[in-house]
Design a binder for this molecule. Structure first.
Ligand SMILES: [Zn+2]
Length: 88
């Protein structure tokens, strides 16, 4: 296992090992920040791609099905406004 930073763009699938890309969720291929927040990604289709495991790690919560469901709901609510704008 490597501790290298890794960012996989949820929109185009490009991988970056650049520390800044990984920290900011920036995709060099899309020329866009496709990660909205930790564990929350723009799926490029006006929707959200939630990585519950990433959110739980960030918050320090146990990785249980219940907690996964909770962070998934929270993230969708938090970014609902942004997604509505993206639809327009
Ligand atoms: Zn991309």
């Amino acid at each position: 296992m490597s501790n290298e930073p890794l960012f996989i763009c949820p929109r185009c699938g490009a991988m970056s090992h650049h520390p800044t890309d990984a920290a900011e969720g920036y995709c060099g291929r899309c020329h866009d920040w496709t990660r909205l927040s930790t564990g929350v990604y723009d799926d490029g289709a006006g929707g959200l791609h939630i990585v519950a495991g990433e959110l739980l790690r960030e918050k320090g919560y146990a990785d249980t099905p219940e907690n996964r469901e909770t962070v998934d709901r929270m993230a969708r609510r938090l970014f609902a406004d942004l997604m509505d704008q993206a639809d327009g």
